[in-house]
Design a protein around this ligand. Structure first.
Ligand SMILES: Nc1ncnc2c1ncn2[C@@H]1O[C@H](COP(=O)(O)OS(=O)(=O)O)[C@@H](OP(=O)(O)O)[C@H]1O
Length: 244
């Protein structure tokens, strides 16, 4: 099971290397016409398949809207890595009542930046004070303009990268085994709302692919190739992940 880490110090160092970039490049692709990434449509929940890219009711388990809720810019963003289990992480996190999240990937900082922060904020679910607003767009991790842009929005945003090591958002313990149901066909847990009798929600069909057998020589070449990058990463995070 992929676990995750968040290292604000290394994020800050990475952010400091790039000037906040406010000039808008017209590199956008229409969010709602983005077919290249099934996960962009927020179809992590099988029931969410369809064309509604953003759905207020899909913003988390915490539910009911009332007068004191408002839309806020995200305080925590899952920025990568692609195929690292980012959808699973977001769906698991949003089981927590203090987290509300956008279902689809907004791609704001890479493809939709020229639409402006108000556009971005409008996508967010309404939250009460004390609730965290989150989104996930794994391609932020591989887009060079993104660190400066996030920094320009907020110096305090927590950036989460899935690298298979555990870290915490400082949440109280709310999510337990009652929220999960192991699905042997998928090989990983699906999510349950303990208070309702509805069927567990599994991640969509793009998750849980059968992997091809890879020639051990190719695996060795990949290990050799990534070794220096891994070393650099251990150094940056102050943690040896033992991937070699
Ligand atoms: N709970 C759990 N445990 C282990 N593995 C899991 C889990 N949930 C999702 N996955 C696997 O994560 C892969 C998808 O990652 P992402 O959601 O980050 O994909 S994407 O970049 O947004 O398209 C995808 O891997 P592949 O099936 O190999 O593509 C999922 O199967």
């Amino acid at each position: 099971t992929p676990t995750f880490m968040m290292d604000e110090r290394s994020n800050r160092r990475a952010l400091q290397r790039q000037d906040p970039e406010m000039l808008l490049k017209s590199q956008s692709r229409d969010l709602l016409n983005n077919d290249s990434d099934a996960d962009s449509r927020g179809d992590g929940w099988e029931e969410n398949k369809g064309d509604a890219a953003y759905d207020e009711d899909d913003s988390g388990i915490a539910g009911a809207v009332n007068g004191s809720e408002s839309k806020k810019l995200p305080q925590a963003i899952i920025i990568g890595v692609k195929k690292g289990g980012t959808r699973a992480l977001l769906e698991f996190l949003r089981l927590h009542p203090d987290i509300r999240a956008v279902g689809a990937e907004p791609h704001f900082f890479d493809r939709n930046y020229e639409k402006g922060l108000e556009w971005y904020r409008e996508l967010m679910p309404k939250t009460l004070d004390g609730q965290l607003t989150m989104e996930k767009t794994p391609s932020y991790f591989v887009t060079k303009e993104v660190p400066g842009r996030i920094h320009a929005m907020s110096r305090d945003a927590k950036l989460i990268v899935v690298v298979r090591v555990q870290h915490f958002l400082g949440l109280r313990r709310e999510v337990t085994h009652k929220h999960f149901h192991f699905n042997p066909a998928k090989g990983f847990p699906c999510l349950k709302r303990p208070e309702s009798n509805s069927k567990p929600h599994c991640l969509g069909k793009t998750k849980g692919r059968t992997h091809p057998n890879i020639n051990p020589e190719v695996i060795q070449r990949l290990r050799d190739f990534y070794k220096p990058f891994n070393k650099k990463f251990y150094h940056m995070t102050g943690h040896d992940f033992g991937w070699d």
